[in-house]
Design a binder for this molecule. Structure first.
Ligand code: F6P
Length: 325
């Protein structure tokens, strides 16, 4: 193995830069050349790439976003597009490719393996934490803290007015972010797909009324996972108001994707980026470098989207029981 590629793809996540840095430093120490493709798989198709040396990743570990840029690549949804990507990788003599992204990126890699002769290695980077085979994905810890910072501020104003707030967090079709941020913020309710596939407004209102009965007038925060209600938190707030409970909505949105990665994400990204390259050198292929119980581990890329990983059921059911009293 002489020349490896690296790219970041899908929703960017804080710590992706730290992962790129670890890939480049580890590869450099093993005398591998590293080609960084820009804009995810698009950079391969468009031949937008640069050779990355330790100089390029100097003091990169602390920066949010991704220096390689990111994108979702339409061409990867067609067989022709996938073949083209494989052809360019062969033409550029890329012996192996490190893909930093989420399950969509990894699905693309599995498709690519039909036509590409080199080795493929995933590194999980997404704020959603919705990837099997790793306890945490790069970016998740930072996104939780970013959401928490905002929710704590909302609590201050909610307390001052003794108001009810709906705070919508990201997470695509999963509630890892909602559960973590909701528990850490001491939210009164968490609404996420793992709890119920359909949202029940009567139940939400009952919970609010119970809390008000036990505590008197007080602030009350509901953390809502995106995709749980058509139109999101704003529409749900209107619906609750229609049913007699005044409430404000706040959608945290893309701020959850940005910012300086927290220490836990920098450490995870460094470990997984390094491990990915080391394992490629050992002959690994079609694997993801993950971390389970603090141990770096390989997991088949094809299984990363199986959704076997559970949200913290213990904390979630504890929260459900105690928060209305
Ligand atoms: O996968 C990361 C994520 O931020 C999800 O939480 C969210 O549903 C989605 O990406 C938003 O995508 P976009 O940046 O295309 O709006």
């Amino acid at each position: 193995m002489k020349r490896i590629g690296v790219l970041t793809s899908g929703g960017d996540a804080p710590g992706m830069n730290a992962a790129i840095r670890a890939v480049v430093l580890t590869a450099n120490a093993a005398e591998l050349e590293v080609v960084g493709f820009e804009y995810g798989y698009n950079g391969i198709l468009e031949r937008q790439y640069l050779t990355l040396t330790p100089y390029h990743v100097n003091h990169l570990i602390q920066h949010g976003g991704t220096v390689l840029k990111s994108a979702r690549c339409q061409a990867m949804y067609s067989d022709d597009g996938v073949k083209q990507v494989a052809a360019v990788l062969h033409e550029l003599a890329i012996d192996a490719l490190v893909l930093i992204g989420g399950d969509g990126t990894f699905r693309g890699a599995v498709q690519l393996s039909q036509y590409y002769q080199g080795a493929l290695m995933g590194v999980p980077g997404t704020i959603d934490n919705d990837v099997d085979g790793t306890d945490f994905t790069i970016g998740f810890h930072t996104a939780v803290d970013t959401a928490l910072d905002a929710i704590d501020k909302i609590r201050d104003t909610a307390d001052a007015f003794e108001r009810i707030f709906l705070v919508e967090v990201m997470g695509r079709h999963t509630g890892y972010l909602a559960v973590a941020a909701g528990i850490a913020a001491g939210a009164e309710q968490i609404i996420c797909p793992e709890l119920a596939s359909e949202l029940d407004t009567a139940k939400i209102l009952q919970h609010i009324r119970n809390a008000q009965q036990h505590r008197g007038r007080c602030s009350y925060l509901i953390v809502l996972a995106e995709t749980m209600y058509p139109g999101g938190a704003a529409a749900l707030a209107l619906e609750l108001e229609r049913q007699g409970v005044e409430c404000r909505a706040s959608v945290l949105g893309h701020i959850q994707r940005g910012g300086r990665p927290v220490g836990a994400d920098r450490i995870l990204a460094t470990k997984l980026g390094a491990y990915a390259v080391e394992q490629l050198l050992q002959g690994a292929h079609l694997m993801m470098a993950g971390e389970v119980n603090a141990q770096a581990t390989l997991y088949p890329l094809i299984k990363t989207g199986d959704k076997q990983k559970k949200v913290d059921q213990y904390l979630l059911s504890w929260q459900q029981q105690v928060a209305q009293y």
